[in-house]
Design a protein around this ligand. Structure first.
Ligand code: SF4
Ligand code: SF4
Length: 481
């Protein structure tokens, strides 16, 4: 009698062994509507990693939301050791930088139990102003007009030349500038917010906002920050500074609060959206067990649909630049009404869009198409006619003539892969890159695995092994000839 394996074998990819970080082959399997990556390392054996709990979602990411890769204007390293040991960006990378991160400092006024950068008050190191200018120049050299640049850390507002850096960023053709902050300075110093507001449009605060529960805040941040968060938001609302609430998610700790945070964000005039980031096993991660606490994109998507009271599953769609790790849902805020928008966007519209970008309201063509629907005084029926090729149906709302960024509400899921979940096929599409003073742009995931601080020693060891294998191969070829 024929014997079948208890799963469907979808395809193969590459990963790294979680123990030794050497590249290994991996299989993608479907079983009971779950997607697994099976890896095998000759030295450390097999591993099975859950990649998604929804096969249809996973297949849509792999088979529908597939787009021609957009290239940076230049590459910064050569291909010598193979991916992920050549970052970057090397010519084998399949996506430009949608979002470039500039780390200003390793210092922080918190010491979170979860911090991929391992920052804290004990770390003295600020990057020099000159190095930061070089990083900004590196991003512009690669991107021309970068979509989004994020000033990050540690806590970037602690840099003694923070406003000089902001001025430097402003001199460059950066479309959208974000400041990734824990909000302590914004809460305690209204005059700091007032000065930030002076920079006008195109500047956004990326505000850590994980939970309403003190115990969850203690677990993630080491402190009950509820008062600080509210005070920071009061100041941001007062000075009308665009803000995204950023939620670090840990299964069983705060994944039941996704809906409440979205609803809370919708009530804040300054808030343009919520970004949900499941914890990855990188840097400092205390009390983290991947088997218990890891969340996949498909699980978070389902929780949004279950909890938000606004978005359905159809509203949360993969971001085509890197559908394995990014998903988005858009709504329009219209005079007290909130209208989920993404369900009306045909996947083909996103895939055929001229540019690959993580924030599609910055893509002029796409923005025009999507926003046209809501920017006229048509009846719902005539609006449908005018954009019938773009939208399949239409919400029963009448939109104001003028729509701006203040009308957009965006929910993004941003999953960073760690050693366990790393799929090198998806890594090649990573569009969130960390700028270096030497001109390199290194994908976020590989930076945390191989290029941050003490990790470089292991990278050099692996590169040495690969060089040796290459020499053997070349020698074998010569002998064979
Ligand atoms: S992750 Fe990208 S830049 Fe890094 S080695 Fe792989 S292809 Fe090159
Ligand atoms: S996670 Fe952010 S706020 Fe917490 S220690 Fe790290 S840099 Fe500071």
């Amino acid at each position: 009698m024929a014997k079948n394996r208890p799963y469907t074998f979808y395809d193969t990819t590459s990963s790294v062994c979680t123990t030794c970080l050497r590249q290994v082959e991996a299989k993608i399997l479907f079983k009971n509507n779950h997607v697994y990556m099976d890896k095998w390392c000759p030295a450390h054996g097999t591993e099975r990693v859950l990649m998604a709990d929804d096969v249809a979602w996973y297949r849509a990411c792999r088979e529908v939301y597939v787009k021609q890769p957009e290239m940076p204007q230049q590459f910064n390293t050569s291909m010598q050791y193979g991916c992920p040991y050549d970052c970057g960006l090397c010519p084998d990378h399949m996506q430009h930088s949608c979002l470039s991160i500039i780390e200003l400092t390793d210092q922080c006024n918190l010491q979170c139990p979860t911090c991929y950068a391992g920052s804290g008050p004990h770390v003295e190191k600020h990057h020099s102003f000159e190095d930061i200018v070089r990083m900004l120049d590196a991003v512009v050299a690669n991107e021309g007009e970068p979509d989004v640049v994020q000033l990050s850390g540690g806590e970037p507002t602690l840099h003694p030349r923070f406003f000089d850096i902001l001025d430097e960023a402003r001199k460059r053709p950066i479309r959208h500038l974000m400041i990734n902050t824990n909000g302590i300075k914004l809460a305690r110093e209204p005059e700091f917010c007032e000065r930030l507001a002076g920079y006008g449009k195109g500047l956004e605060i990326y505000l850590q906002f994980d939970s309403f529960k003190p115990e969850a805040l203690h677990a993630l941040r080491g402190a009950d920050l509820r008062g600080i968060r509210q005070q920071a938001l009061d100041n941001l609302n007062r000075f009308n500074i665009s803000t995204t609430l950023v939620v670090t998610l840990k299964k069983g700790l705060n994944d039941d609060e996704i809906g409440d945070i979205i609803q809370f964000g919708l009530k804040q005039p300054c808030v343009r959206g919520v970004t949900l980031q499941p914890i990855q096993n990188a840097g400092r991660v205390l009390d983290y067990d991947a088997a218990q606490h890891r969340l996949t994109v498909s699980e978070i998507r389902r929780r949004i649909a279950e909890q938000s009271g606004l978005f359905t599953l159809d509203d949360v769609i993969p971001v085509p630049c890197n559908p394995d790790t990014l998903a988005m849902a858009y709504a329009l805020k219209l005079e007290g009404d909130v209208v989920p928008l993404t369900r009306f966007v045909d996947p083909a519209t996103l895939v055929e869009g001229a540019r690959n970008t993580i924030v599609f309201e910055h893509d002029p063509m796409l923005k025009e198409q999507v926003f046209k629907l809501f920017s006229t005084n048509h009846s719902p029926e005539s609006q449908a006619n005018c954009l019938a090729d773009l939208m399949c149906c239409l919400p029963k709302v009448q939109a104001p003539v003028e729509l701006g960024y203040q009308n957009v509400f965006r929910v993004l899921i941003v999953q960073f892969m760690d050693a366990q979940s790393l799929d090198i096929r998806a890594l090649k599409k990573s569009c969130i890159h960390i700028a270096q003073a030497d001109g390199k742009l290194i994908p976020f995931e590989s930076f945390n695995l191989f290029y941050r601080g003490g990790r470089k020693q292991l990278l050099e060891q692996i590169r040495g092994e690969i060089s040796q294998q290459t020499r053997y191969r070349q020698l074998a070829l010569v002998q064979h000839d």
